[in-house]
Design a protein around this ligand. Structure first.
Ligand code: APR
Length: 256
C-alpha cells in the first residue's frame, strides 16, 4: 500500500471507529506473528514436523501418546513465554481505552493481549498457559518439575492426566466465551478483524453475524482472504504497523 493511500485509509478507519458506539475486535494468529509466535502449523517444524496435527492436538492423540502431546505443549509453552507483545497488541489495548465499548475476542492461545494491557478477553481457543484435568476439569497449577517430565502430571483430585486448557481438533469451544462473542458480534456497530484468516470456524462466523446485523467491517491483514466480500474497509499490511497508526489517529480525532 502506498504511503498516502495508507494514511487516507487509516484516517477513514479512525473516523469509523470514533463514530462507533460498540466495537468488537477479532484477532487471529497474525496479530502475534510479529512477536515471533508461530501459528500451530508453522510450529510443526524440526522434530515436530514428522507428526500429524491430530497426533499432537486431539483427544485421540492424547489418549494414544500422552507423553508426546505433553512434550509438544511444553515446547510451545516455552516459545510463547519467550515472546513479548508487539506494537499491535499495545495499540489494541490503547484503542479499547479510546472506544466507548470495546470487546476483544481472540483465537490465539498466547497471553500477549493480556501482557499488553487488554482486559476481559474472550479466548475462543483456550490458553496455552492454563492446565486442567482431562476428566474432571479441575484447574492445575504447573510446577517447574512437571514441565520437564516425559509424561503429563496427574490431577490432585481424581488422579487422571492433566492437559493444556486449549481447544483440540474435534472438540467444542468454551461455550461461555463463544456465547459472549456471538452476542457482542450481533450487537456491535463496528467489527475490526486483525490477522485472522477467516478460515477457522466458528470464529470466522463472527464478522458475518456482525455484517448481517448492520455493522461496518474493518480488516487488517497482509493479504485479502475469504472475508473480503463483506469487508467495508481493508487495510493491507502488518498489524504491528497499522494498529499503532490507527490508535494514534483515533486519539487525535477524539482530542479534536
Ligand atoms: N499482520 C496482519 N496479518 C497477518 C500478519 C501480520 N503481521 N501475519 C500474518 N497475518 C495474517 C495471514 O495473512 C492470515 O490471514 O494472519 C492470518 C493468520 O491465519 P491463520 O494462521 O489461519 O490464523 P487464524 O485465523 O488465527 O486461525 C488459526 O487455528 O489451529 C488453530 O488455534 C489455532 O487459533 C489458531 C487458528
Amino acid at each position: 500500500m502506498k504511503k498516502a493511500n495508507r494514511e487516507r485509509l487509516i484516517d477513514q478507519a479512525a473516523r469509523l471507529l470514533t463514530s462507533a458506539s460498540a466495537v468488537v475486535c477479532l484477532t487471529g494468529a497474525g496479530v502475534s506473528a510479529e512477536s515471533g509466535v508461530p501459528t500451530f502449523r508453522d510450529a510443526q517444524t524440526g522434530l515436530w514436523s514428522q507428526f500429524e496435527a491430530e497426533e499432537l492436538a486431539s483427544p485421540q492423540g492424547f489418549e494414544r501418546d500422552p507423553g508426546l502431546v505433553w512434550r509438544w505443549y511444553m515446547w510451545r509453552l516455552t516459545v510463547v513465554e519467550a515472546a513479548t507483545p508487539n506494537p499491535g497488541h499495545a495499540a489494541l489495548a490503547r484503542l479499547a481505552s479510546l472506544c466507548e465499548e470495546f470487546v476483544l475476542v481472540t483465537q490465539n492461545v498466547d497471553n500477549l493481549h493480556e501482557q499488553a494491557g487488554s482486559a476481559d478477553i474472550l479466548h475462543l481457543h483456550g490458553s496455552l498457559l492454563h492446565f486442567r484435568c482431562q476428566v474432571c476439569a479441575q484447574p492445575h497449577r504447573l510446577t517447574d518439575a512437571e514441565r520437564r517430565r516425559q509424561l503429563p502430571p496427574t490431577c490432585a483430585r481424581c488422579g487422571e492426566f492433566v492437559r493444556p486448557d486449549v481447544v483440540w481438533f474435534g472438540e467444542g469451544l468454551p461455550w461461555q466465551a463463544v456465547e459472549a462473542a456471538f452476542v457482542a458480534a450481533s450487537s456491535c456497530d463496528l467489527m475490526l478483524v486483525v490477522g485472522a484468516s477467516g478460515l477457522v470456524y466458528p470464529a470466522a462466523q463472527l464478522p458475518l453475524i456482525a455484517k448481517q446485523a448492520g455493522a461496518t467491517i474493518l480488516d487488517i491483514n497482509l493479504q485479502p482472504g475469504p472475508l473480503s466480500s463483506i469487508v467495508d474497509l481493508f487495510l493491507q499490511g502488518k498489524s504491528g504497523e497499522i494498529l499503532p497508526a490507527l490508535a494514534q489517529s483515533v486519539a487525535w480525532l477524539i482530542q479534536g
